[in-house]
Ligand binder design. Structure first.
Ligand SMILES: [Ca+2]
Length: 189
């Protein structure tokens, strides 16, 4: 029947039939690999196109400061809080500013309780300082200039240990030498 109409088709059929077991193998690996990797390269080539697309390169740092994506960061009252350190209070001040914030300032009992969750059992710098070490609470103020509305001083503190303030193990405030290395809590508004 078909054999008579076209010899060519007949020959092809035989050839294809003979090659079937082999052609199936080569075709499978060939088509997925080369063709797939070809188009996919567009997506994979992020590595090479990225560098040239330096449009966002200079903005690579800002994104981290605009969201609240630091490790362990939490939001409260629309502000972002995250821990840094361990470092001196001076270093922590610079670190927080570098991340677009400031050492935490605490205005309410609720914010104080929230801040305490960052350092349950360890000292942690907060944004309260004095010009010089002092035993007078009134000599200490928030680094942002916000009025001090809360009194969370630990018993017998401040006692003149230093011009910087940290949470003690229980979250009460203690004045301490600014060069001591503690974790610190930053706040970004
Ligand atoms: Ca003290």
């Amino acid at each position: 029947m078909a054999l008579g109409s076209t010899k060519l088709l007949g020959i092809l059929g035989v050839v294809l039939a003979a090659c079937a077991p082999y052609s199936a193998e080569p075709i499978a690996p060939d088509s997925p690999s080369p063709p797939a990797s070809g188009p996919a390269t567009t997506a994979d080539s992020e590595t090479s196109p990225s560098p040239p697309d330096t449009t966002g390169q200079s903005n690579g740092t800002p994104p981290a400061n605009t969201g609240c994506s630091e490790a362990g960061a939490k939001t409260f009252g629309g502000h972002c809080y995250f821990k840094v350190g361990s470092m001196t209070s001076y270093e922590a001040t610079a670190e927080c500013i570098g991340r677009g914030g400031h050492l935490v300032t605490i205005n309410t009992k609720e914010e104080h309780d929230f801040a305490k969750t960052f350092s349950p059992n360890a000292h942690m710098w907060i944004g309260m300082m004095a010009v010089l070490p002092s035993k007078e609470e009134s000599d200490f103020g928030w680094v942002t200039g916000e009025p001090v509305k809360l009194d969370a001083w630990a018993r017998d503190q401040p006692n003149g240990d230093g011009a910087c303030v940290a949470f003690d193990d229980e979250g009460a405030w203690i004045d301490h030498s600014c060069t001591t290395k503690y974790a610190a809590l930053c706040e970004r508004e």
